[in-house]
Design a protein around this ligand. Sequence first.
Ligand code: 13P
Ligand code: MG
Ligand code: MG
Length: 500
Amino acid sequence: MAAKRYGPVDGKSRSGLADYHQSKDELAGLPQTVAEKIPVTNTPNIFSYKAYVFAKNPALVQRYIKATKADVGGVGGHVVAAEEVKSIIAKFVLDNNGYRGEPMFTSFIVTHTGDDVGVTGIMSEAIPMSVVDELMWDALQEGAGKAAELGLYGPGQDLVADAFTGNLRGAGPATVALPFPVRQDNASQTVLASFADKTEPMAFNYYATGAYMLPRFNTGLIIAASKMKRGYIMDIVDLDTKAQAIEAGAHPRDQKALDGKMEELAKGLQEKVIRLRSPEDLYDIEGLTRSSRFVIARIWSRDEKGEADQLGYVVSAERLHNIKTKKGFTYGGKDDPVLLAFAQGDWPAPGEITSPWASCPMVAGDCRGSHNLHILPMPINSQTSYWSGPILSAVTLSCNIHTGRIGAISDQFALGTPWDQVRKQAGELAIQFRLAHGVKQPATLHEDELEYQEGWKERRARLERQFRVAPPLTFGNGNGHHGGRTANAGRGAGRPDEID
Ligand code: 13P
Ligand code: MG
Ligand code: MG
């Protein structure tokens, strides 16, 4: 095995915790202005590499915020990530956060949303992305090992690739990176990080087609003086490589041909993408993004000529069933997505970005990845509950782009906010919808999208064998009995020309 390119920052083999400032200790030595706090969220602890985030003259370099998310095993089924698993992942990163004597993440947090763990941190361009990806892959493997030890459900669930091959893309975990602006003045940059569990990347189309396109969700589109007034450019990705393979000529029942075509499409980590403009292409964007197949993966601000300017929104636009494993393209899962987006300035405010969720839209996913259900906006570090309903978290991070520090965090969906009302409404709608429809569509998905569908496939195949082709039962052809009336001939049966 090739030597690891990362390790302890100072080259020694010891835990790096002493080198980090932890936000949980932020008031050490300071007077506390609040004696007691009402808990409204499970605020993440921020680990910041002291020597860098407190540097007097920080280097003015290109920095990135990067978020990586994976399910490495859940408590009680797919309900929630275990604190011990998260801590083991955090420890692995702290202990191995060095690349050529520099910290890879100057600041980072480890969070969970449902059964998915997220690692979100700031890195500089001096660190090759592939090295950070390897660190993430190995840290998540450590987490999966702990999950196995604790007897959690599905240890390593999302670590789909057989081995790390130099890139997280296509390996199972969802990962996105957003380059910070490089500027001498104004070190402040607000970032919104959002994680969804028990759903799919398409769910995040609500963010993009709401906050970035429609003034009813974002007044700033009409009244802001920033670049926002020009609208945005959107890259929309076709996630369905299986459909692409069929459209390219592979027969849907010819597994070998399908696999071959899908493999060809996945080569070189290519994506099938279309670039559209908002507001000019509003109808095209709305049309494409109404289904699971097409996802707004990136949003750019626009320059004076209306062309793409700065990137400010990235979604993990991947479907795991497109990834080849030893078992073929077999993975069933909804690929719980992650989003990083800038807020303020040329971008919507945090509350504008999240506002589309107030209408409680339904998304695909839920229990067994096989239903539609209303998404529940929840504080960060929350569990799923009703069936395995889709949930969503969104936090804003105040970032210092000069030092690479995540300074403070606010939780958009904290308790004690109007989101309590949304949760109540989403809960009521969800209970009504699932109980009213049971297994029937639209509560369950079309059979092509049922994720745990082997049982249905077997049942369907058995029933298929019992079907027979026969002439339909007809009546009223003069051969009947019952005093000249045909069987069931009352109430107009078999006599469509008669009106009751
Ligand atoms: P996850 O993909 O979040 O593990 O959900 C599995 C599921 O559908 C549980 O019902
Ligand atoms: Mg799971
Ligand atoms: Mg999940």
